[in-house]
Design a protein around this ligand. Structure first.
Ligand SMILES: Nc1ncnc2c1ncn2[C@@H]1O[C@H](COP(=O)(O)OP(=O)(O)OP(=O)(O)O)[C@@H](O)[C@H]1O
Ligand SMILES: [Mg+2]
Length: 395
């Protein structure tokens, strides 16, 4: 099992940082600092090094420090074993775009760069996972599963291309009196590819969500103190609701052919309706997940704190799931979580964090749960600096 850990992070002109060298410890790092100190910016930079995307913006230009024309991030990783250090560099220049290097060697393809470190980022915004629409849950799943599964990524690419082309054909039929026979002729080449790529996506989601949700249910029990039970279902337009996480071992038994058959049947059955509406009505681009707490849907019935706990459990479980799939330990980035939880849940969270993955957790105050944590590594974030804080006595 690989244990990559970030030993050095160097930032130049990234967000609020003109220049920063941060040398996080292995284990749990608490980053404390007032509002606007740059805590989220720091986690965002680490996340960017791993995914080449910011959870807060889709425009790289936003990451450039105001008044500057470029940003630069360099991370040094220790992957365990002698000679296992690795250097990742990302440079971005306004108007010129991005340049990537691994160990000093330029990397042209984004894909080669991704996967050197995996991160799991939790922020209060992740409440969207519960409260938001299906679209947000799908894009979350696609990004996270795509982070670890190259075949899933390529199925997504194919599917989105086929979907666009198929929708173009359907749009042209709309309002015209196309006969079913000629519609079949025009659509069949796309149908086959749609079902092929689409069933790979659905099978991939079920295969990954099964163990992931099993872990999330366990984690939720530990966070909430065992009195509540989290469960999840995958909702597809062409299959009955699929219970997730009931047994982690079931991941091998996802029936890809059965999924493809059900999907193909639904595509054939929606022909009329699709010609009328002018777009593709069934498939993974319309699917969703539902989470329930002790049988009641979290989205409609969960309290604010319960919803946050579900989102948090899903993220913490993501670490275990990712570790199993990639055989590598991801870095856990927790932004502002403690302030969202009551004292009991905060303490249980702190206790959950000793699992061995390198963790960065931000907070504005030295919360009692943080103070009680055995981890010695605390950092003060302020004035564009991150300084190791030895002066905080526990308790
Ligand atoms: N591109 C940028 N250039 C310069 N400064 C920026 C840029 N983008 C954001 N900032 C500034 O960075 C500051 C710190 O932001 P950050 O979100 O990291 O704070 P924080 O420590 O997480 O605060 P909070 O506790 O409120 O969440 C903000 O005041 C923001 O104005
Ligand atoms: Mg913040």
């Amino acid at each position: 099992m690989g244990r990559p850990r970030l030993t050095k992070l160097y930032l130049r002109d990234y967000r609020s940082y003109s220049e920063l060298l941060f040398e996080p410890a292995s284990g749990v790092n608490f980053l404390l600092g007032p509002n606007a100190a740059g805590k989220t910016n720091l986690l965002e930079a680490i996340n960017y090094l791993s995914t080449l995307r910011s959870p807060r913006t889709s425009r790289d230009g936003d990451l450039v420090r105001w008044g500057s024309g470029s940003f630069y991030i360099k991370g040094q990783l220790e992957t365990g074993g002698p000679g296992s250090a690795r250097t990742l560099e990302v440079g971005y220049r306004s108007g010129r775009g991005r340049a990537l290097r691994i160990d000093g060697v330029p990397v042209r393809r984004t894909r080669e760069f991704l996967g050197s470190i995996n991160t799991v980022f939790f922020s209060p915004d992740d409440l969207r996972l519960i409260k938001g629409g299906p679209e947000e849950r799908r894009s979350f799943l696609d990004a996270e599963i795509g982070q670890v599964d190259g075949r899933y990524r390529s199925a997504l690419d194919t599917y989105s291309r086929v979907l666009t082309q198929r929708n173009d054909v359907l749009k042209q039929m709309r309002g015209r009196r196309t006969s079913l026979a000629s519609a079949d002729l025009l659509l069949e080449p796309w149908d086959g590819q749609l079902v092929e790529a689409g069933s790979r996506i659905v099978a991939g989601r079920l295969q990954h969500l099964n163990p992931w949700l099993a872990f999330a249910a366990e984690t939720y029990g530990e966070l909430a103190g065992g009195s509540e039970e989290l469960s999840g279902e995958y909702l597809s337009g062409f299959m009955p609701p699929y219970p997730l996480g009931s047994s982690p071992g079931r991941s091998d038994s996802v029936d890809r052919e059965g999924i493809a058959d059900a999907y193909a049947k639904a595509v054939a059955e929606s022909r009329d309706e699709e010609m009328h509406r002018g777009y593709t009505l069934v498939g993974p681009h319309r699917d969703d997940c539902r989470f329930t707490i002790s049988g009641h849907e979290a989205r409609t019935y969960g309290s604010q704190g319960q919803q946050r706990s579900v989102a948090l459990a899903i993220k913490i479980a993501e670490v275990r799931w990712m570790r199993d799939v990639t055989r590598r330990e991801p870095i856990l980035l927790l932004d502002d979580v403690i302030s969202e939880l009551d004292g009991d849940r905060a303490r249980r969270l702190a206790a959950l964090l000793d699992g061995g993955s390198q963790t960065m957790i931000t907070s504005t105050d030295l919360d009692p749960a943080i103070a009680a944590h055995p981890s010695p590594t605390r950092w003060r974030v302020s004035g564009g600096e991150v300084i190791r804080d030895g002066t905080l006595a526990p308790g």
